[in-house]
Design a protein around this ligand. Structure first.
Ligand code: S3P
Length: 428
């Protein structure tokens, strides 16, 4: 994909359904009783991998243009897959599915692409093992492929060293099949879609927040009767983030993004944009399980800020595009406490800083983030390393750079946003 500088992005767009929520609809719908009807499901490669995994465990999932229907078989209705479960590029599929598989009475193996199979799985193997699960890394390197055999699970309390919704959700899902209550404390609250949605399906699940610090603990009781639901998936704020940034940094722009999920555990990007001086307004706010709003952005002159602490888990996937905004803002932006970036689809401290440097930006990688001083960007060849968020973030950088920017392997946007470049064209 080749892109060049542009002015005046104008119009109203909507973005595809939320990736995290789409995964969970399929998973919870499969282990619930009855039918789950899903609207605005994200048909990106990651969520399609989740569908395929559950289909190969005997779940009937029907796809039409507008609706996905999951015919759930209850907590114990999955059947042994005949082949290795292919999780593709998806960390969410791998970690959440492992929690469910740990509670099954059959053996399974799961494996993904090269990037997925190099991401850390010890973070789920350890707590699942504490619960009595039989789970191992087949190559004994702490990564997928994973082998999971039946085990007798018991509830634990787990103090997670990281604020990770994937780790938390994995343990809570295993907790559905464990004797006694299971609880997970995380240093600060990560996205809580599992807690919100499992409750809607009928699970006995609650969250308590520490009074003195930022810690949050989720508790779940085993063996609930889960019931199929009708779910309208909100637009993905992580996908909206690219158009929010474009609206703020491309001269003479005004963009309205409709029906975006603004769950507070996901919407740190909005606060960051405001703190940087962005003209951003929420319209038509409503709540049905998850909060949603329309987001209006207008071109603004941005300034550098420090981004650190509790807000990091609420914007972890948006750091590549925040870094792009910082690269054209006035002054210096410091991003700290974000070491988790190193274990995403790529090491995003490296992929973001290497590509920003290629565009002429003054940026320094650090152990847990980066320091970026704003200036002028120049067209370059962007090495996405097949990371969808790098492809999209640098496509927006290209719009404010001198000359032409080439996004290598731009097709990787399929992972979370197959129609990304089509949405973009609606604004020209
Ligand atoms: C996700 C959680 C986050 C996020 C990922 C999706 C989820 O990962 O980066 O894109 O759906 O639970 P961690 O929970 O590991 O930080």
């Amino acid at each position: 994909m080749e892109l060049a500088g542009i002015q005046g992005l104008k119009g109203t767009v909507s973005v595809p359904g939320d990736k995290s929520i789409s995964h969970r609809c399929i998973m919870f719908g499969s282990i619930a009783n009855g039918t789950t009807e899903i609207h605005n499901f994200l048909k990106g490669a990651d969520c399609l991998a989740t569908i395929r995994c559950f289909q190969s465990m005997g779940i009937n999932i029907e796809e039409t243009d507008h609706t996905i229907t999951v015919h759930g078989k209850g907590l114990h209705g999955l059947s042994a897959p005949l082949n290795i479960l292919d999780v593709g590029n998806s960390g969410t599929t791998t970690r959440l599915l492992s929690g469910i598989l740990a509670g099954q009475k059959f053996e399974s193996k799961l494996s993904g692409d090269e990037s997925l199979n190099s991401r850390p799985m010890k973070r789920i193997i350890e707590p699942l093992t504490m619960m009595g699960a039989n789970i191992s890394s087949i190559l004994r390197n702490g990564c997928a492929p994973l082998y999971i055999a039946p085990g007798n699970l018991h509830g634990i309390h787990y103090d997670s060293p990281v604020s990770s919704a994937q780790v938390k959700s994995c343990i809570l899902l295993a907790g559905l099949y464990a004797e006694g209550e299971t609880s997970v404390t995380e240093p600060s609250l990560s996205r809580n879609h599992t807690e919100l949605m499992l409750k809607e399906f009928g699970a006995d699940i609650r969250t308590l927040h520490s009074l003195s610090g930022t810690e949050a603990t989720a508790y779940i009781k085993p063996y609930p009767k889960l019931y199929g639901q009708k779910i309208v998936v909100p637009g993905d704020i992580s996908s909206a983030a690219y158009f929010i940034a474009a609206g703020l940094i491309v001269p003479d722009s005004e963009i309205l993004i409709e029906h975006v999920g603004i769950n507070p555990t996901r919407s740190g990007i909005l606060k960051v944009c405001e703190d940087m001086g962005g003209d951003i307004t929420l319209l038509n706010e409503s709540e049905a399980g998850e909060k949603i709003a329309d987001i209006l952005v207008r071109t603004s002159s941005l300034h550098g800020i420090t981004i650190e602490g509790d807000i990091i888990p609420t914007l972890i996937d948006e750091i590549p595009i925040i870094a792009v905004m910082a690269a054209v803002a006035d002054g210096t932006t410091v991003i700290k406490d974000a070491a988790e970036l190193k274990v995403k689809e790529t090491d995003r401290i490296e992929t973001v800083t290497d590509n920003l440097k290629a565009m002429g930006c003054n940026v320094t990688p650090t152990e847990d983030g980066m320091i970026i001083t704003g200036g002028t960007l120049h067209g370059a060849s962007i090495h996405t390393l097949l990371d969808h968020r790098i492809a999209m973030a640098f496509s927006i950088a290209a719009l404010v750079a001198d000359g032409t920017t080439k996004i290598l392997d731009s097709k990787c946007v399929d992972v979370s946003y197959p129609t990304f470049y089509d949405t973009f064209e609606q604004l020209l």
